[in-house]
Design a protein around this ligand. Structure first.
Ligand code: URA
Length: 179
């Protein structure tokens, strides 16, 4: 199950692996965790059609067990390619497996909701919506983090626009030097 959404999305969400419903439908986040994710997207001012949603692992681990290191490694080239093609300004990691790709030694309880820039992309680690569904105390935290995501996206957008502007004025300066 590759993922779905706008191929030009500004924001990409990366979960763990397809569950039962996702495996049946061939679409990411369509079960109960997906329902909650849809709500959370609304809090961040996003519609599902305008983002891209995928997972670290592309096949459903049997019995919903945690993905194994060799499964994560086997799927990594697909995720790399998705990120390279979509080139989002913001990546939101959902849960610890996608978080580990950018923050290998961090704890979600310490860094959730805090953006960090990696080159051209801002990565925001979030609790997994399914974890929040099962732990009411987390639900409020995740909701607050998604409320704050709106501003993080606005800042990343402004930064991306400044970068494009700087590139354009550098190109212009180069052209002028040719005369
Ligand atoms: N949980 C995930 O991590 N991914 C999905 O696609 C669905 C549930």
């Amino acid at each position: 199950m590759p993922g779905e959404g706008d191929p030009h999305a500004e924001v990409m969400f990366i979960g763990e692996a397809p569950g039962y419903h996702e495996d049946r439908q061939g679409r990411p986040f369509v079960g109960p965790a997906g329902q909650f994710l849809n709500e959370l997207l609304g809090r961040a001012g996003l519609r599902r059609e305008q983002v891209y949603i995928t997972n670290v692992v592309k096949c459903r681990p049997p019995g919903n067990r945690d993905p194994l290191p060799d499964e994560i490694a086997a799927c990594a080239p697909y995720l790399d390619e998705q990120i390279a093609v979509i080139r989002p300004s913001v990546i939101v990691t959902l849960g610890r497996y996608s978080m580990a790709r950018w923050f290998p030694n961090e704890k979600i309880s310490r860094i959730h909701g805090k953006p960090r820039r990696f080159g051209d992309v801002v990565v925001v680690p979030m609790y997994h919506p399914a974890a929040a569904l099962h732990q009411p105390a987390l639900k409020e935290l995740v909701e607050k983090d998604f409320d704050a995501l709106r501003e993080i996206i606005a800042q990343a957008r402004a930064e991306a626009a400044r970068t494009v502007e700087a590139q354009q004025s550098e190109e212009k300066a180069q052209q002028m030097r040719l005369f």
